[in-house]
Design a protein. Sequence first.
Length: 262
Amino acid sequence: MGINTDYELTGEQIDDIVNNRLRPYLPANLAKVDPQTYYLRYTFNPEFTGQESEPQEPPYKSICDDPRLSHEHWDKQADRPVADEAEYELREAARFILSDVYRSARNEWRNARYVADIKAATNLVGGLWKQHNQAKSAVEAAFSYLRDPEAAKEWPAAVSRLIDTQDTYLKAAIAFDERAHDIAKVHEKNMFEESLGYREAYAAAGVPEAWDWSIAEAGAYGPNYRGKYDEHTAAGKAQARIAEQEAHVAKVGELLGRSTDA
């Protein structure tokens, strides 16, 4: 439903509706109403922070009792004079605009809350993600070294160092996931129709780099009864990579054992 597809209003009529019929019911920070081709654009000043109470439309009864907004049926029930058809069409348009204002206000308020929540949830997480990446790189370097001919001269020590880096990698992934879970819960809490996307929310919160972090669904976090983490979490990815490395090292050891036996 749109203001110019369902209600053919002039700019003067819109001004009258907003400034005369609806003024007592509008959000206090509504600063401007701009008619567009198919809708109205609302400007709120000051902008919402998300810390205020969520904007709520006025009670239904107050609208029914207002002769500038009431339906014909409500006028008859209240024993008020019945107006002509054109007047009731304007009142219907006014009620539509009132609902539309609050739809827009709630949307902007929720997005402001989303951004504020993201800002709080991502505080200092960048450092944990950096530590995770450094630990992951160290694991890959230690594993890659096992293929170097020099590693054969110190195989037990090289494997031991790999195990140390694996432990550090998994711990760093788990530490990151503890905060990533908070971020995922913020996304889940704030997902609604017309909301900001993840990338937009990160950018608005001043952490555009968070788009590249490994954030899973909120329900994916935490180990299962076997101590395994979901494959979509940083810890789950770390466990999977470590398992691949361990399987490779075990196979090398097995083949070396067969070669020695032969």
